[in-house]
Design a protein around this ligand. Structure first.
Ligand SMILES: *[C@@H]1O[C@H](CO)[C@@H](O)[C@H](O)[C@H]1NC(C)=O
Ligand SMILES: *[C@@H]1O[C@H](CO)[C@@H](O)[C@H](O)[C@H]1NC(C)=O
Length: 162
């Protein structure tokens, strides 16, 4: 009697701890997702005339927090919607990681905006132990050499809100 109660309790506690554990516990693979755009108004931000660039090159780089030594890097490219999806292998723990725009690869729009060419990403489990395997990076962009007609009007509209 006492024994079967213990067994029942044990079975219960095991099933409870199993259901609480994060399911993909050890698939230490992260995906960094973001977009690269052409800032057709040289605005410094995305507007409703912004276009997205295929074939832009992006790097994910992780450094040691103290020594700043590079510990990991991997590159990727954007698809036809201007979106990249870079696979990072292994938990980066407390390393400092960011995405960096290497090149927009678009003639007439290939000058990275210094204010929008890096984005910090955290490539580790969250503190509650759940896997946060998808990281969305801020969009990064290049300036178009010749702003479109109508940009002046458009920017007045956007900046009026600020
Ligand atoms: C962008 O927004 C401005 C201001 O609302 C508007 O005048 C313009 O027609 C819009 N352009 C496009 C391509 O949607
Ligand atoms: C990113 O790529 C991985 C595999 O490489 C895939 O499983 C995942 O669905 C992709 N995510 C998006 C949002 O495309």
């Amino acid at each position: 009697m006492a024994r079967s109660r213990v067994a029942l309790l044990l079975a219960l506690s095991i099933s409870i701890s199993i259901s609480i554990l994060p399911v993909p516990a050890l698939s230490e693979e992260f995906h960094v997702i973001g977009r690269v755009y052409c800032d057709t108004c040289q605005a410094g931000f995305e507007t409703n005339v912004t276009t997205y660039i295929q074939g832009a090159k992006v790097k994910v780089l992780c450094r040691d927090r103290k020594s700043m030594q590079r510990l990991y890097s991997v590159e990727g490219e954007t698809d036809e919607t201007g979106t990249y999806n870079i696979t990072v292998k292994g938990d980066r723990h407390d390393q400092m990681c960011h995405c960096e725009l290497l090149s927009c690869s678009l003639e007439g729009c290939n000058r990275p905006d210094p204010g929008r060419c890096k984005s910090t990403v955290a490539l580790t489990r969250t503190e509650n132990g759940l896997m946060n395997t998808v990281q969305h990076a801020n969009a990064m962009g290049c300036f178009k050499d010749q702003p479109l007609d109508g940009c002046k009007h458009l920017l007045n509209y956007y900046l009026a809100d600020v």
